[in-house]
Design a protein. Sequence first.
Lengths: 408, 295
Amino acid sequence: MKLEQKLSRIMTAFAACALALGASTASAQKLSDDKIVIGFITDMSSLYSDIDGAGGVEAIKMAIADMEKQFAGKKIELIYADHQNKADIASSKVREWIDQAGADVIIGGTNSATALASAKVAAEKKRPYIQIGAATSRLTNEDCTPYTVHYAYDTIALANGTGAAVVKAGGKSWFFLTADYAFGHSLEKDTADVVKANGGTVVGAVRHPLSASDFSSFLLQAQSSKAQILGLANAGGDTINSIKAANEFGITKNMKLAGLLMFINDIHSLGLKTTQGMYLTDAWYWNQSPEARAWGRRFFEKMKRMPSFIQAADYSAVTQYLMAVKAAGTDDADAVMAQLKKQKINDFFAKGGVIRADGRMVHDMYLMQVKKPEESKEPWDYFNVVQTIPGDQAYLPLAQSRCPLVKK
Amino acid sequence: MTELFGIPLPALLGQLLLGLVNGSFYATLSLGLAVIFGLLNVINFAHGALYMMGAMLAWIGLTYFGLNYWVMLVVAPLVVGAFGIVLEKLLLRHLYKLDHLYGLLLTFGLTLLIEGLFRSFYGVSGLQYSVPDQLQGATNLGFMILPNYRAWVVLASLVVCFGTWYVIERTRLGALLRAGTENPRLTQAFGVNVPLMVTLTYGFGVALAGFAGVLAAPVLQVQPLMGSNLIIVVFAVVVIGGMGSILGSIVTGLGLGVIEGFSRVFYPEASATVVFVIMAIVLLLRPAGLFGKEK
């Protein structure tokens, strides 16, 4: 592993040097180096790479291609890298891009730990950091910065969506199956708060290690709790393996499962037979509106699979950033940040979205229910949108934000 | 209700059984590693990738060729075994005279290659594979509901494991294999084709990994990285059992599965590390492992 990391660092250092050399000759007009450099860092190879990864790169390329004509004669460059879910790689790469490759904005991909580390570096170097794939609500609370935008979703919105809906539908008593690290804990806590606030109870929780080899033991414990709802405060492969085992052990006969962070890709890999009837909260679904469908199909042409909401948000965020640069007439970080917080976000991803003082992009979230196999008309037709959760109800109210940038 | 350490006895029995199910995966995988290490002196890091290959082949067989689970349970190990033979012939055999570390590095590199290839084709979200129709459903054992498929996993792995042990420890072929390990030159002098034996042994060892992969396909997420999570634990099992000990790897695999199962009840946070704690203790007290012989 060590050797592999070293090699990849050396290679990227080379690449960055080459970029910097090429960049140094251009003269500075309104755009620094006469071009816009977008850095995108995400998991390109490991457990989160399907929900973002190469598909995210493609989405950003699409956004650049669509906006390029508005920047006649100027170049828009994309550089991207795999952070391998390691915070130290993410932060050193972001630093390198800003220092050497002239990155004007950083788009952050999946994984909360890498997001918190990158946000710090971007703030120190005064560059906009638009975070999309990571869930932690700390990004716009205690760890907020003047340069961070948290664009697509967070743990609070997920909890407010699924947690509240399930309690209202009669699921009063909850048991949590929680991934034993920062993300799992905060998702469990945020959801438990929502459950209690809506009159439900939490009867217990079991914490499993990340990427646990088997979930049957944990599920038997959940079953003996006699709770109505099993809240899955985990993600990716852990969620998939928990659902597979829950079906196998007949847990689903007595308990309903609530996936607290699930992506369309998870449903695709589990199949509708196993997941039908489950509730989940997402920021976007390709089949939710004609515009969303049109973009989803464009993406499908390129990637041969439908986009996750994170990939859609990648496109939307880069488009909004470029529009802000255009409107501000410069890529200067402070001017662009001011413009971003001023402009309304209206595209296929979000309607009437606004970026608040704490960096939170507030937009509607959607509570979905997984379709029955016979209801699905085509591949990737998986959800019924059962409820639109207005942005101001989904996200933490600004008055309660723990972000010091919020004037109270 | 009778209780033990505050946990009802039926619940404990349930966990014991689940531990055995997981233990049988460990046993099958560590057995393959032990056979390979015992006879080839190669630390086969690619074992996890080949296990993944078994599961992926099960999916590929079903999706592209309409071959069901039972067919693939035979075909996938054969394909993985054949692939292993090619690896041994082309690459591994040049390393036998060198330090263990070279074999480890080569097989680690192969792991990255194999996983990378599958990842670029199939992504990481996992592929759908369901339990075969004959084994759908669950049986109520009184103290717990045991899915039929899990019962089959235990049965199949135990048969394969003890069959392997019997062949190696109790038959003439096994005797030749063991002789070939002890003293290859002398065995060759008796007219035994030792290089061929070694090749076939490697093929068989990795076929076991492929077999475990097919067994795992219906119950775990089938995806290119599924082996890398498991392989470290399996290495620990082999070390605890004693490098190269056949019986050791079977018994330790099952035993650790059970211990891990109990830790999931009493202290779930430690369930991922308990195996390594045991490994550390065993290495301190018996450096050659529980069933290993000091050399």
